[in-house]
Design a protein around this ligand. Structure first.
Ligand code: IMP
Ligand code: MG
Length: 429
């Protein structure tokens, strides 16, 4: 059975974790293929409310194999904290496997992340300051340390002997910061390595074998297409290599495109963004505050208030097509329950013309004014609804209109945070 990918259709925080948790029950393997602990999933189930930054949300199912693929960067301290937390809640982590090719977030990466943002001043990106961007930059610059190095004390010593003086030169000469001590870093990180070592394996082999046995592999993306390094609102994007688009999944896990059969895009019924950069449908002032409060839109990783606005179908269709989405999971319909009028952006007014093409430049996008279509709200509680036909007529029209604008079938609508708060229109798998 081929692999299925779940990707974010907006600027992240679409509810991917929740969608993965819901459809993971039919998968054998659940894997992450990109990004790092800048991502955050909140999963609410019988184990309580858990925030996961690295471990795939499939870990809550006792029979799922969970994989952190080679495309993910790992902060070993964060990974161990998650493993400890899961164990303390009685969740078994025996089925977690981590690629030996994952790059490691080393202690200089968060320092550089922060100092680099300072250096950028007004042009700061508004990163999560977890060191993810600098770690990917070092991966590309061939100055990274990989999981395979970390768990082998001799290889680690050799690698750190080159990398640390090299990075210290940046810290001291470029940023005017204190250098890091070799012995401190070496001893702390060899301990992390020893504790993580039992989880490390050739994950690509593991996933390929599962596919050969006809098992279903679910690949969970991080962030969303609008934050992608190539497709997103550059330079206000995340640095993940491979991309957070579906096309990155094969590279980040170690399978070819012929092995992938479905791409599920997750979109919220409204738009949010954390960090800087253009967002045409952003609601400022009271309107934005109201949506933020109704949706409790605060970052899982940093706790920052998210910027909130109406659904942007120009951006949505752009990302749906770049991912080759075969189906959409629409989340958080219930958050719009009380609105008398709901707006959807169907085009941009840009320099005197109307366009449905998402501009490639962040500076151009800043000038784009949303053109809205107004739809009547339903002003009824939808949280208890479990069948599409039982939704209020206006809610059905809203969902159908978004489907039309995205050009992709909506197979699932979520109406609340818990596993059962979902309307399955067509089974995704
Ligand atoms: P970085 O990934 O920490 O370098 O941050 C780059 C940009 O991506 C910033 O605007 C972050 O707020 C945003 N970002 C990174 N990860 C996430 C996420 O999981 N959800 C939402 N935004 C994110
Ligand atoms: Mg998130």
């Amino acid at each position: 059975m081929p692999a299925i990918i779940v990707v974010g259709g907006q600027w992240g925080d679409e509810g991917k974790g929740r969608v993965v948790d819901l459809i993971a029950r039919k998968a054998h393997v659940v894997a992450r293929y990109s990004a790092g602990n800048n991502a955050g999933h909140t999963v609410i189930n019988e184990f309580g409310e858990t925030r996961l930054h690295l471990v795939p949300a499939g870990i809550f199912y006792p029979d799922k194999v969970c994989v952190i693929g080679n495309g993910v960067v790992i902060d070993p301290k964060v990974l161990l904290e998650e493993i400890h937390e899961l164990r303390s809640r009685g969740v078994s982590v025996e089925r977690l496997h981590v690629s030996s090719r994952c790059h490691i977030i080393m202690p200089w990466h968060p320092i550089i992340d922060r100092l680099d943002e300072e250096l950028r001043g007004k042009a700061a990106i508004g990163t999560t300051a977890r060191g993810v961007g600098p770690c990917f930059a070092d991966k590309v610059a061939r100055a990274g340390i990989r999981m395979g190095d970390l768990i082998d004390p001799e290889a680690f010593r050799e690698r750190l002997s080159f990398v640390l003086p090299y990075k210290n030169a940046f810290l001291e000469k470029l940023y005017g910061a204190e250098p890091l001590s070799f012995e401190e870093v070496y001893s702390t990180y060899t301990e992390y390595g020893a504790e993580i070592a039992p989880f490390v394996t050739e994950t690509a082999e593991l996933v390929q074998d599962a596919l050969e046995r006809g098992e279903m592999v679910l690949l969970e993306g991080a962030q969303g297409g609008l934050l992608d390094l190539d497709a997103g609102t550059y330079e206000y994007v995340t640095s993940s290599v491979p991309s957070s688009l579906a096309a990155g999944a094969g590279i980040g896990i170690g399978i070819g495109p012929t092995q992938i059969s479905k791409v599920v895009g997750v979109c919220k019924v409204y738009q949010t963004r954390v960090g800087n950069g253009p967002m045409p449908t952003e609601l400022l002032g009271e309107e934005g505050d109201l949506l933020r409060e109704r949706g409790q839109e605060y970052g899982t990783t940093t706790g920052r208030p998210r910027r909130c606005g109406w659904f942007d179908a120009v951006a949505g269709r752009y990302i749906a097509r770049l991912n080759g989405m075969t189906s959409v999971a629409l989340t958080r319909l219930d958050i719009l329950d009380q609105y008398p009028i709901i707006k959807v952006c169907t085009a941009y007014r840009l320099d005197g013309t109307t366009t449905k093409i998402f501009p490639s430049s962040a500076r151009t996008l800043l000038r784009a004014e949303p053109i809205y279509e107004e739809l009547p709200g339903w002003q009824k509680d939808t949280r208890q609804v479990r069948a599409f036909e039982d939704l209020p007529a206006q809610a059905k029209s809203y969902v159908q209109r978004i489907q039309e604008l995205l050009g992709c079938p909506i197979d699932l609508v979520s109406v609340g945070p818990e596993r059962e708060h979902a309307i399955i229109i067509r089974p995704i798998i």
